[in-house]
Ligand binder design. Structure first.
Ligand SMILES: [Zn+2]
Length: 492
């Protein structure tokens, strides 16, 4: 039986502001969409926090036996500098400043993003669609919205009519903003904008002469508004109504609010059943900002090349630190906090190694099933990773008691204990055992020594010994290759 049938997951839904039992649209399947990065600069630590949490959500859903389609887009066009549909496209601006093609900007930072995610042990999503790869579908959606009477064209640009939409729907349903108040409180447009109302947002923008990224459309040569791509790609790959939509909480308004309005206009139904938002990340209790120097790249944490933290930290320590906080609370990055997390992480890894050397007993002195259930209960309660980690440390305590024979486990219970701790630590939280890297160094040393001994055997014309070393290494998947520069090897 699939694990999801015996694990009743609850998710805090940002739309209803309460925890709800999770019931997917199609039993056994989950559709999840997470807003991806705009690839005009290096991967941002705040974004990494969001993606790391959804990586754990993805991992846990897979562990429960769901067939998950996880879509995380790449924004490679259309994201303007500010939310009021003004300013330059972020990618075009970078391309202009660096005098390179916009697609060079996109390529460079997409590669950077993937490299960072790989270092932090992320699972790749099922689909990673791009905005520029879906221009045709975006134009089609604009036509549909115009057809429903909820968008209008002015001077080659098309805007979503928020006030008309709000007559039958509630614009602001997710962010809790009241549209009537907003209308009341905003200044009248200064005449420079084509919009009927300041609340309206762009579906299509006419490109000025200097704008490099442009596509032809029924309205003008231009480019799509940023909010549109997510409605288009989530509908295309997950359907008109799907299970989970995630992102950082700064995206609630206007981005996600606009997504709801666009999708609902086209399909008539609420597009997302469970909205999930991650909270902010601070650095030394301050907002992170390049301009103030209170800034660090995810990669600089690993190399130690920064002025913010005292030393380098491994990707697993950063992951462990992230998971010690609930995704719905603010996370404060600092040297002290990471040092504490590093200690905890090493304690956990050490205990897992000790556990593999415990000898079973004839009876068990505590219930592994009860402890296992607590771990699942924590994750079933809105992916409560800090509580899960607390239970894992209860496990660490048991391990030390087992080592000292103060607690006992049968062979069967010991196997379950090991399986459970490995599942949550490595499969669900996505941690890696850094000490394995140390072992690989030792392995290199041992192979080098054997190569040296084989060389000596050959010099002594001891062919039998030389062949024995080569053949027995080959039998365990280590292949030696003799070349002009000496002997090299590959591990299969
Ligand atoms: Zn989005």
């Amino acid at each position: 039986m699939e694990l999801y049938k015996e694990n009743q997951l609850k998710i805090y839904n940002s739309l209803t502001k309460q925890k709800e039992f999770f019931k997917p649209v199609h039993e056994g399947h989950v559709g999840m969409y997470v807003c991806g990065p705009t690839v005009y600069s290096n991967a941002h630590l705040g974004n990494i926090r969001t993606f790391m949490f959804f990586d754990v959500v993805y991992r846990y859903l897979l562990h429960l036996g769901y067939k998950v389609r996880y879509v995380r887009n790449i924004t490679d066009a259309g994201h303007l500098e500010n939310d009021a549909d003004e300013g330059e496209d972020r990618i075009s601006k970078k391309a202009r400043l660096e005098q390179i093609e916009p697609m060079e900007v996109v390529q460079r930072y997409t590669v950077d993003f993937h490299n960072v995610l790989k270092k932090y042990n992320f699972l790749p999503p099922s689909i990673e669609p791009t905005a520029t790869g879906h221009i045709v579908e975006q134009i089609e959606m604009i036509k549909q919205i115009i057809g429903k009477g909820l968008a209008y064209e002015v001077n080659g640009s098309v805007y979503f009519d928020v006030i008309a939409y709000n007559e039958k729907n509630k614009y602001g349903i997710l962010s809790g903003r009241n549209i009537e108040d907003a209308i009341h409180n905003t200044r009248a447009l200064d005449g420079q904008s084509d919009k009927k109302n300041p609340q309206d947002f762009a579906l299509w923008k006419k490109a000025d002469e200097k704008h490099i990224m442009r596509w032809s459309s029924p309205w003008s040569d231009g480019f799509p508004g940023w909010h549109l791509e997510c409605s288009v790609m989530s509908t295309k790959y997950l359907g008109e109504q799907f299970d989970i939509h995630g992102g950082g909480m700064d995206l609630k308004f206007p981005h996600h609010e606009c997504e709801i309005a666009q999708s609902k206009t086209c399909s008539g139904v609420d597009p997302v059943n469970y909205w999930m938002h991650t909270n902010m990340l601070l650095l030394n209790s301050q907002k992170m900002a390049k301009s103030t120097g209170n800034f660090i790249l995810p990669e600089q944490i690993l190399t130690g090349e920064n002025t913010i933290l005292n030393k380098a930290f491994s990707a697993s320590v950063v992951r462990f630190f992230n998971m010690q906080a609930s995704y719905r609370s603010v996370l404060d990055f600092s040297s002290d906090a990471l040092l504490a997390a590093e200690k905890g992480y090493h304690k956990l890894m050490e205990a897992i190694t000790i556990l593999s050397n415990i000898t079973p007993s004839k009876s068990s002195s505590f219930s592994v099933n009860d402890w296992e259930k607590k771990c699942y209960d924590a994750m079933n309660d809105d992916f409560n990773t800090p509580i899960l980690i607390a239970h894992l440390f209860e496990g660490v305590k048991y391990i030390h008691q087992l080592k000292e024979n103060k607690e006992l486990l049968t062979k069967e219970d010991l196997t379950l204990f090991q399986k459970t701790i490995n599942t949550f630590v490595f499969d669900v939280l996505g941690l890696l055992d850094d000490s394995e890297e140390d072992n690989s160094e030792k392995l290199t040393g041992v192979i080098d020594l054997l190569i040296e001994l084989r060389k000596e055997a050959r010099e002594n014309r001891d062919w039998a010994m030389s062949d024995k070393i080569r053949d027995q290494l080959a039998a365990i998947g280590i292949e030696l290759k003799d070349g002009r520069e000496g002997t090299s090897y590959t591990i299969k």
